[in-house]
Design a protein. Structure first.
Length: 271
């Protein structure tokens, strides 16, 4: 009887000890899985499209770079926390030119890029240089517009010359020769607008003998395509819901003072 009872107690002890070992192993396996389990990640597909300067992208190159286009894939942990993404110019950017990003939280053509990595997304980066602007680098694919309502671009003509603006906007915008003449252009969020100027050379508001036409160009202030530049470069404005202002002046030496007054409209962060 005692032998049988002893054997039974021994079997209970062996079974209890085995159970403890199994529990420890299960807990250890669970801890190991918790430590090494794959984290959810998302793909940030980044495209560089610039003929102005080569750009180095974060992440792993997805293919060899062409003459202007490079691509990379940046894998990041899936999160609701906003993070920044940036490209690096391999050479110095020309004066008045900056990087411009599409597909970011700041909206189309933004100078900086932040994203919320909660899903796979594509980001395109180019520059505001004329070579990139004129061929619509990165296209007109916008990020999420900050608002659906259109905004307003106000143009002030700080010149007595009769000048007409033309481009991809609705309506007309021209100066009638009155210093400080204004016009308004309706702009939609996510659309890129291109402004060019044309003089009416027949009417000289400053008649003088021997005047040449070498000064017949305009300068813009307030463009997204850079700080003050002549009309050989298209003035680019990124459409948004907020009001924007562009100041137009002439290169006429007789209008140096109103041209300097346009500096007050210089857009911050365009260099």
């Amino acid at each position: 009887m005692h032998r049988v009872l002893g054997a039974y107690v021994m079997r209970r002890r062996v079974f209890w000890g085995t159970g403890v070992v199994l529990v420890v192993l299960i807990l250890a396996a669970g801890t190991a899985y918790f430590l090494v389990r794959p984290t959810d990640s998302v793909r940030l597909n980044i495209v560089a499209d610039s003929g102005v300067v080569p750009l180095t992208l974060p992440g792993e190159a997805s293919e060899s770079c062409g003459e202007r286009v490079c691509r990379s894939v940046l894998r990041v942990d899936k999160s609701d926390q906003v993070r920044s993404v940036s490209a690096t110019p391999d050479d110095a950017l020309p004066q008045g030119v900056r990087l411009a990003y599409w597909g970011c939280g700041e909206g189309p053509g933004s100078a900086t890029c932040t994203v919320r990595p909660d899903r796979d997304t594509t980001i395109c980066v180019t520059t505001t240089g004329p070579a990139d602007v004129e061929r619509n680098a990165c296209g007109t694919r916008p990020g999420t517009p900050v608002a659906e309502a259109p905004g307003t671009l106000s143009v002030i003509f700080n010149t007595k010359w009769k000048i007409k603006l033309f481009g991809n906007f609705d309506g007309s915008c021209a100066s009638d020769g009155t210093l400080g003449k204004r016009c308004e252009i309706s702009i939609k969020p996510g659309k890129i607008y291109y402004l060019r100027a044309q003089f009416e050379k027949a009417a000289d508001p400053y008649p003088r003998s021997g005047r040449s036409w070498d000064f017949h160009y305009v300068t813009y202030e307030g463009c997204n395509s850079g700080m003050g530049h002549a009309d050989a470069i298209t003035c680019v404005v990124f459409g948004g819901a907020k009001p924007a202002m562009v100041c137009v002046a002439s290169g006429d030496p007789a209008e140096q003072k109103p041209a300097r007054e346009c500096l007050a409209y210089r857009r911050a962060g365009t260099s």
